[in-house]
Design a binder for this molecule. Structure first.
Ligand SMILES: [Zn+2]
Ligand SMILES: [Zn+2]
Length: 113
């Protein structure tokens, strides 16, 4: 499997713009627990102890094929801004059913389990 394509995607300007728009749309609140999240360059006003890391999650998980399809990767309907805690819950089930590693929405490798 080639992970490079996905890394390039997460570093792309298009993704960064779309990601920011998701947070603005959600007014910087986690879509699941409604707690405010910290987003680089937008919510620096949030006190440090109130900062949860915000992650824009793909409802249709990215794989090596659909990562090249902007209708999946950059489609606002496929995106959901959630905090790190909610994001880990979301992916936990997915991880436990796989044999390999997968990427989170920041392009970081998550080990199985
Ligand atoms: Zn949350
Ligand atoms: Zn995710």
């Amino acid at each position: 499997m080639s992970y490079g394509i996905r890394r390039n995607f997460y570093n792309s300007k298009a993704w960064k713009t779309v990601r920011k728009n998701v947070w603005i749309r959600q007014q910087l609140l986690c879509a699941r627990c409604y707690k405010p999240v910290y987003v680089d360059g937008i919510s620096s006003w949030l006190p440090k102890d109130k900062r949860r890391t915000g992650i824009v999650h793909h409802k249709i998980y990215l794989d090596n094929i659909n990562v090249s399809d902007p209708n999946v990767t950059l489609n606002p309907d496929n995106l959901e801004g959630i905090c790190k805690e909610c994001h880990e819950l979301e992916h936990h089930q997915d991880i436990s059913t796989r044999n390999d590693y997968l990427f989170d929405d920041n392009g970081n490798l998550l080990p199985r389990g």
